[in-house]
Design a protein around this ligand. Structure first.
Ligand code: CP
Length: 311
């Protein structure tokens, strides 16, 4: 297939073939990180700007590492130390970055739709690094790539996503991507943390953690986002851990080789116990490593897509 998309804004709008094409491209970039000189010239002469309005460790560093491994120049803009705090709008910031002749903006923002809005006002590529509760497409791609790599296939798997589904862009992107690839997805949380009518996204809902784990090939555990609990209505931390926390006792009742995933950052003792997070079923740090190849593939493809659009 010929890639023509200049942006990656979410997985909802991608076809199954486009998602598979990205995953195939990831596989070809993964080997670069095992070389002695971890660099290819694919984006030499291009400039990538990481524009982060929200805190991040994994995603921001991963995009920077990925861009550098592709030989791009990388600029990091953190909202608190930029003219954003003087009142500059997102669109003005984007237009100025374009005027500075950057080629790709990687954006993280607390508002759902921020990446889409930006992409409508600039001609350079936009990659969504997480926007509000909406989507976090590269996180879902690295989760799916890790599943495929560890289990040897993706179609027909049973994957459970456990935790704060309502506020989770990771859950939404995973659900779009996994269901398009033929995965049976179950979401599990207290009723107040499951959005109404989520079944329309093609998932099964349960409020019973043992039931969610029973036939799962993998469980993706989400962070409890207590910072989004504006009404103080979330279950208390100990209560959540007692009823939904992923513990060794619960995993012992699941499939023997169940994969344990988490997008990070972890809240140990709240959604997951430490022995499980660091245990043999955990692929959490492999997810982080795979994030580099995923972001290399995405940066490479959107740059190619933009070049095609310019012709
Ligand atoms: N998984 C993830 O998005 O982590 P960061 O917030 O550290 O980027």
């Amino acid at each position: 297939m010929i890639w023509t998309l200049k942006d990656l804004l979410g997985l909802e709008d991608l076809t199954r073939e486009e998602i598979k094409f990205i995953l195939d491209t990831v596989a070809s970039f993964k080997e670069v990180s095992s070389r002695e000189i971890k660099k290819v010239p694919a984006l030499r002469g291009k400039t990538v700007v990481n524009l982060f309005y929200e805190p991040s460790t994994r995603t921001r560093v991963s995009f920077e590492v990925a861009a550098k491994r592709l030989s791009a120049d990388v600029i990091n803009i953190v909202a608190e130390s930029s003219s954003i705090i003087k009142g500059e709008t997102l669109i003005d910031t984007g237009r100025n970055i374009q005027a500075l002749k950057a080629d790709i903006i990687v954006i993280r923002h607390s508002c759902s739709g921020a990446a889409i809005l930006l992409s409508k006002h600039i001609d350079i590529s936009v990659v969504n690094a997480g926007d509000g509760w909406h989507e976090h497409p590269t996180q879902a791609l690295l989760d799916i790539f890790t599943l495929q790599e560890k289990l040897g296939k993706i179609d027909g798997l049973n994957v459970s996503i456990v935790g704060d589904i309502s506020h989770s862009r990771v859950a939404r992107s995973n659900i779009w991507g996994l269901t398009k690839l033929g995965v049976k997805v179950t979401v599990c949380a207290p009723a107040m943390l499951i959005p109404p009518e989520i079944e329309q996204m093609g998932v099964r809902v349960t409020h019973d953690i043992d039931e969610a784990l029973k036939n799962a090939d993998a469980v993706n555990v989400l962070r409890m986002q207590f910072e989004r609990d504006e009404q103080g209505a979330f279950p208390k931390q100990l209560e959540y851990f007692k009823n939904f926390g992923i513990t060794r006792e619960r995993l012992q009742k699941a499939k023997k080789n169940i994969l344990l995933m988490h997008p990070g950052p972890l809240n140990r003792g709240i959604e997951i116990s430490s022995d499980v997070a660091d245990g043999p079923q955990s692929v959490i740090l492999e997810q982080v490593t795979n994030g580099i190849a995923v972001r290399m593939a995405v940066l490479f493809l959107v740059a190619q897509g933009r070049d095609k659009n310019k012709k």
